[in-house]
Design a protein around this ligand. Structure first.
Ligand code: ZN
Length: 340
């Protein structure tokens, strides 16, 4: 059963938001596009992983997607954590085309696609580190220890996996062989360690301690906040020529009307600038002059008010990750011209 759902990564959405608001000829555009392409491939890999996990009987495991925990000020993120009364399994997914070669001498992974060779950190090392950190995290929270298995899955069945040593096979498989791997783990960890209440306690602790990553793309790609294109973007033609008229948004460029063109802009604010937004910051980013209009528009969303008192001490807080995911799905279905 899925305990923590899989949602589109916020960093991917932040890259998209940055490209939407970046002036056409910005020097770092290519670097952002590269990063976005890599994150999209990663996201397709994560979706492939959830596809294969959907074949498991729901009562077999409690599944947590994209769990991000912190131990001694270090955060670690797990693509999928599977929990049963007898074991935990950390699953990392990689989505590469071509051939991946696991090289143990220097602990690196080499990807060969066509005549291009690229080196990456070895995901086996990465997944073992996650296991160590999860072990530390469990003991720091005085939670019961249980055997932790870890596995790197390669999302694409047509990716060729190679290694000079046999040991890589112990840690890596194609995602389609996931179920048989899990059977193997169950055979060697058959002893039931957690009762129902301990399992429940662990589940609650994992969910309560999860924190979403805070994207910081402006800093990462050296984009100045003042360079960003502001205003409300037309969901139909993509220009920022939208104006408020008679309770709706009207595009001066293509004349299309929209009820909710402001929603993706507000989400972009949180993705680009941080987890809080005042009424004034919202007006500046969306180029709205009416204080009350912002209040009315935001009241119709799940975006909540934080801070103290009335007026100046108040701000809006970024909505839950799930809301970003829902809006992304909705805009994709409507085939509106976001860069998804
Ligand atoms: Zn338009």
């Amino acid at each position: 059963m899925i305990v923590k759902s899989q949602w589109i990564p916020l960093q991917l959405l932040a890259d998209q938001a940055l490209l939407v608001h970046l002036p056409g000829r910005h020097a770092n555009r290519a670097a952002i596009e590269d990063d976005l392409a890599r994150r999209r491939a990663g996201w397709r890999g994560e979706q492939a992983l959830s596809y294969y996990l959907s074949f498991l009987r729901p009562e077999r495991y409690r599944i947590f997607y994209d769990l991000r925990l912190t131990i001694q000020a270090h955060a670690f993120q797990i693509d999928a954590l599977l929990l049963s009364p007898s074991l935990a399994a950390i699953i990392e997914v990689k989505n590469f085309t071509g051939t991946v070669y696991f090289e143990s001498l220097f602990d690196q992974m080499i990807r060969v696609a066509g005549d291009r060779q690229e080196t990456f950190p070895n995901p086996i090392v990465q997944v073992k580190r996650q296991r160590d950190m999860l072990n530390k995290w469990l003991s720091a929270h005085r939670l019961p220890e249980l055997p932790i298995e870890c596995l790197v899955t390669i999302a694409n069945v047509s990716t060729m996996i190679k290694s000079a040593s046999n040991s890589a096979g112990e840690w890596v498989c194609h995602a389609e062989h996931l179920e048989s791997r899990l059977k193997k783990y169950e055979q060697r960890n058959h002893k039931r360690i957690l009762g129902l209440s301990a399992l429940q306690q662990l589940e609650t602790a994992l969910l309560e301690n999860h924190t979403d990553p805070q994207p910081d793309v402006l800093k990462k790609f050296a984009v100045s906040s003042t360079d960003l294109i502001r205003g409300v973007r037309c969901p139909n033609c993509g220009t920022f020529e939208v104006e408020r008229a008679y309770g709706t948004w009207v595009c001066k460029s293509c004349s299309k009307k929209s009820k909710d063109a402001h929603v993706p802009m507000i989400l972009d604010y949180f993705l680009l600038k941080g987890s809080t937004m005042t009424n004034k910051q919202c007006r500046e980013f969306l180029k709205i002059s009416d204080h009350q209009l912002v209040t009315r528009l935001l009241r119709k969303t799940p975006i909540k008010i934080g801070g103290s008192g009335r007026g100046i001490g108040q701000y809006y807080m970024a909505p839950p990750h799930e809301y970003f995911d829902q809006q992304y799905q909705r805009f994709r279905q409507n085939r509106q011209k976001r860069i998804f």
